[in-house]
Design a binder for this molecule. Structure first.
Ligand code: SF4
Length: 168
């Protein structure tokens, strides 16, 4: 499937088509190939189930959650890992809510960055333990230390607002 194909879910354009769909008996399997194999997180089932929400909006597929199974094939540290998720009405609703929250956070982020579009001021974690396990650490302002990055962010924001005040 084409990952650029979006389908509407409420006010969100959902870009999360499976890479492959196949049918075994009466179940439709939605397969995602993940070559970057992110480490396990506590929302992985809800993230994977967004494919079911996408598929239920696709007019060529059933619109019943129980007709689907989600398979994720992850490549991590030289090994393939197979994860399987079965949707329920409750999990599909939670998956939708997670998407809503993500979109809200992204909108907040865009509001915060304004025309600066400065990735150095992205909100940082509140706990350095998350940074130790984070797959994005090398490209994050916190790569050389969370406390230091937070101080640098505060200074950058102060300078930004100071410049705005003096330029008005
Ligand atoms: S390294 Fe950056 S992105 Fe990752 S958890 Fe820490 S602050 Fe967040």
């Amino acid at each position: 499937m084409d990952r650029k194909k979006s389908l509407p879910l409420g006010h969100i354009d959902l870009f999360c088509s499976p890479d492959l769909i196949f049918q075994i008996q009466n179940k439709w399997h939605l397969l995602r190939l993940d070559f970057l194999g992110e480490r396990t997180n506590s929302f992985q089932d809800l993230e994977a189930l967004t494919m079911v929400n996408w598929s239920m909006k696709n007019r060529n597929l059933p619109n019943l959650g129980k007709k689907f199974v989600v398979d994720v094939l992850k490549y991590n540290n030289g090994r393939w890992e197979h994860q399987k998720f079965t949707p329920s009405a409750e999990l599909l609703e939670q998956s939708k809510q997670l998407l809503e929250k993500d979109v809200k956070q992204m909108n907040n982020l865009v509001d915060k960055m304004g025309h600066m579009r400065n990735l150095s001021i992205i909100p940082l974690s509140n706990n350095h333990n998350y940074c130790n396990k984070c797959a994005f650490r090398n490209s994050c302002p916190a790569k050389t230390g969370l406390a230091k990055a937070k101080i640098e962010q505060i200074l950058a924001e102060c300078n930004y607002f100071k410049d705005r005040v003096y330029s008005d």
